[in-house]
Design a protein around this ligand. Structure first.
Ligand code: GUN
Length: 283
């Protein structure tokens, strides 16, 4: 039987309308939740992602400001900009769009953002809190993935989860969040021997490798939940995930599409974190 598609756009729509209600309540207490996105340079993918973030913010009534600097901005200048927003009570979320130009140290930048405004959930303090299961800003893509799995009523506790990919932004934290939900988690990556022997055992398979159609249908356990985090543009211009969608559809029980799957939920979780940060400042 063909897999049920987990529609990230639909789920986002529901979550965003819930967030819009929360924003109204916060506004009625005299506060406007506000996000600043800092972009250095003109990376076309970054510009496109930021457009999506702005649209989501506008949809739910969150204030949005883009700080766009030329590629030549120095690291110290960027750190000063971040410091000014750390100290600006009007802003509840600060996001520095990655990747940064090569002359800027990303670690120094991420660590400069106040953990209280780190709506990406990338600051080591927030990562530590996530690892120890504390209430904190969760990284947006991993948090969106957990929401998507829960939205279709799949129990995570006790399941075999295989994460293919070990990036700091997606692979590592999504495994951690699913471990926090009591799954048994295995990480696979480019050095893994006999990848299929792992993926075939996955009740929940998360593909986050950044290679078009990398996971084939015959590498998936029948009935598995398959989450495709990849966003890969083919030479034809078509956008595809890390999972061969048409093959996976015949094997999986639930499957996320690309586009329209994890992407919209990532942005929705960013809006969620910004609203949460504004609420925290009221307490
Ligand atoms: N670049 C690609 N994805 C992300 C993200 O989630 N946050 C930031 N800050 N930069 C990114």
């Amino acid at each position: 039987m063909a897999a049920t598609i987990i529609d990230g756009k639909e789920l986002s729509k529901t979550k965003r309308s819930e967030l819009a209600v929360e924003v109204e309540q916060i506004k009625s207490r005299g506060l406007l939740p506000k996000l600043v996105v800092i972009l250095v340079g003109d990376n076309p993918a970054s510009v496109s992602y930021i457009r999506g973030k702005q649209k989501a913010a506008e949809e739910i009534g969150v204030g949005f400001k883009l700080e766009h600097f030329p590629e030549s901005l120095s690291e110290n200048e960027l750190l000063d900009v971040i410091e000014s927003y750390n100290n600006n009570n009007e802003y509840h979320g600060i996001l520095v769009q990655l990747p940064l130009p090569g002359h800027i140290n990303e670690t120094a930048v991420v660590e400069k953002i106040s953990p209280l405004k780190d709506v990406d959930g990338f600051h080591p303090i927030n990562i530590g809190r996530m690892m120890t299961g504390q209430d904190t800003f969760l990284p947006c893509t991993p948090a969106g993935i957990v929401e998507m799995i829960k939205s279709v009523g799949v129990e995570i506790a006790g399941k075999n989860v295989v994460v293919v990919g070990r990036s700091n932004i997606v692979g590592k934290p999504v495994g951690q969040l699913l471990l926090n939900e009591h799954a048994t988690v295995t990480y696979c990556h480019s050095k893994t021997k006999d990848l299929t022997s792992y993926t075939k055992e996955a009740d929940i398979l998360v593909a986050a490798v950044g290679r078009a159609n990398f996971i084939k249908g015959n590498q998936i356990k029948p009935g598995a939940v398959v989450i495709d985090v990849g966003v890969n543009r083919l030479d034809t211009g078509k956008l595809v995930g890390d999972v061969a969608f048409d093959e996976a559809k015949e094997v999986a029980s639930f499957l996320t599409p690309v586009p329209g799957g994890v992407g919209p939920m990532t942005i929705t979780m960013l809006a969620h974190n910004t609203v949460q940060s504004a609420k925290n400042s009221l307490e």
